[in-house]
Design a protein around this ligand. Structure first.
Ligand SMILES: Cc1cc2nc3c(=O)[nH]c(=O)nc-3n(C[C@H](O)[C@H](O)[C@H](O)COP(=O)(O)OP(=O)(O)OC[C@H]3O[C@@H](n4cnc5c(N)ncnc54)[C@H](O)[C@@H]3O)c2cc1C
Ligand SMILES: *[C@@H]1O[C@H](CO)[C@@H](O)[C@H](O)[C@H]1NC(C)=O
Ligand SMILES: *[C@@H]1O[C@H](CO)[C@@H](O)[C@H](O)[C@H]1NC(C)=O
Ligand SMILES: *[C@@H]1O[C@H](CO)[C@@H](O)[C@H](O)[C@H]1NC(C)=O
Length: 341
């Protein structure tokens, strides 16, 4: 085996970052991203791309913190370089506010973001309904820039992009040595993974260039995330709802909830609606599996189920998936070529 052929299924933030990581790290390999949809048509395109961790019930806090720290440090370096504008990664400061005192006043990620502190009395005066708040600086990935930038980086490393819908992983057996399953919600039908569930999110993208500070209600339902050319207003979390059409009544409700936190949004203009289905699961699935059918073998790395926090942890989980790929590549190279693993 001269050059290892590696297929990454999925071209959201998870598939593209995994492809980039593999092409940076795994020697003598060729990476192909295979997906039925590419940017701007994935769930990842709808996301605000804020680095504020979501909590995964089935993953240790230690591991979640590690993924978040690796992602934050990686993107902080990009935001601090001449590539920042092209990649669409920038720092953003703001507030997370609570109507009731949260059980954890200091979240596990407090020392990863920058300048984390409790909000002062005078800051809280802006929010008469809220009793407590956290102020910090974090990072934001602008999907319309970040996803094309990841694609460009993968291609610069020799990677290929192929538009194709995969019905069954075995279709890839004849052309690829290793397959990485980054199909997001697609993995529910494809793997029969019944733990996967869509959590529908509707948002507005508005023009309000005077809004520079993010505001997030601690319950995660209402948020105002300013980006480089839009402000994202959210949101909803509708479990099990597959409807991708925007609901005008929900849009009115989002705008009124956001205006209640930031009155100046009454003057927002050029309001566009967007919907995405979060690929949710009690924990991200990061696992090697050797598929066997008769005498055929296909090594797979599963990497999906990032739910509400894909941007926040994607580089950390891509590093871990790449480690699994390296282990498989090593086994393939050192095993008897006739048995193919
Ligand atoms: C409204 C909203 C706001 C969000 N805001 C944030 C945020 O601020 N911060 C944050 O961290 N996260 C946020 N998220 C979550 C984030 O969007 C997801 O965690 C992330 O996008 C998941 O990435 P993914 O690559 O796994 O999935 P996707 O982006 O859905 O990509 C899956 C890819 O697989 C392909 N695919 C699927 N099935 C097949 C198949 N059978 N054959 C070929 N290709 C296939 C698809 O075409 C697609 O390219 C938000 C989500 C929503 C909906
Ligand atoms: C930010 O950039 C400066 C100048 O290039 C460099 O000295 C510094 O180490 C960088 N810091 C980080 C966190 O990337
Ligand atoms: C993901 O892996 C499963 C095996 O668990 C497989 O059945 C499915 O086809 C894979 N999905 C994709 C998109 O490759
Ligand atoms: C902002 O919204 C406009 C449409 O109003 C869109 O063309 C543009 O790509 C958006 N930019 C970002 C960074 O989301």
């Amino acid at each position: 085996m001269d050059v290892m052929q590696i297929a990454v299924v999925g071209a959201g933030v998870v598939g593209l970052s995994t492809a980039l990581c593999i092409s940076n790290v795994v020697p003598r390999s060729s990476v192909t991203v295979i997906s039925d949809k590419f940017t701007p048509h994935t769930t990842s395109d709808v996301a605000a791309g804020m680095l504020i961790p979501h909590t995964y019930a089935d993953i240790s806090v230690h591991k979640q913190k590690q993924w978040f720290r690796e992602t934050f440090d990686h993107l902080f370096a990009i935001a601090n370089s001449s590539e920042a504008g092209d990649a669409g990664v920038h720092l953003v400061s703001g507030w997370q506010i609570f109507r009731n005192l949260p059980t954890e006043e200091i979240p596990f990620w407090a020392d990863v973001v920058l300048g984390f502190r409790k909000m002062t009395e005078s800051e809280l005066k802006k929010f008469p309904q809220h009793v407590f708040g956290q102020a910090f600086t974090t990072l934001k990935c602008e999907s319309p820039s970040y996803l094309p930038w990841l694609e460009k980086k993968v291609k610069a490393n020799g990677g290929l992009m192929r538009t194709r819908r995969i019905e069954d992983l075995w279709e890839l057996h004849s052309s690829y040595d290793i397959v990485i399953n980054c199909s997001g919600l697609g993995s529910r039908e494809l793997t029969g993974d019944s733990k996967m569930l869509p959590v529908r999110g509707q948002v507005l993208k508005v023009q309000a260039p005077w809004v520079k500070h993010f505001i997030r209600d601690g319950n995660g339902l209402t948020y105002i995330y300013p980006g480089s050319s839009n402000v994202t207003l959210g949101g909803t979390r509708q479990k099990g709802d597959w409807n991708l059409s925007p609901d005008p009544e929900i849009s009115r409700d989002i705008l009124s909830r956001c205006c209640a936190l930031e009155s100046s949004l009454h003057g927002a203009y050029n309001i566009k609606e967007a919907v995405g289905l979060r690929p949710s699961r009690p924990g991200v699935r990061l696992q090697k599996e050797l598929l066997v059918q008769d005498d055929r073998r296909l090594p797979v790395v599963h990497h999906y189920g990032h739910g509400s926090g894909g941007f926040s942890v994607h580089w950390g989980t891509a590093l871990e998936a790449t480690k699994l790929v390296s282990e498989l590549a090593h086994t393939l190279r050192t095993s008897d070529p006739k048995t193919k693993l």
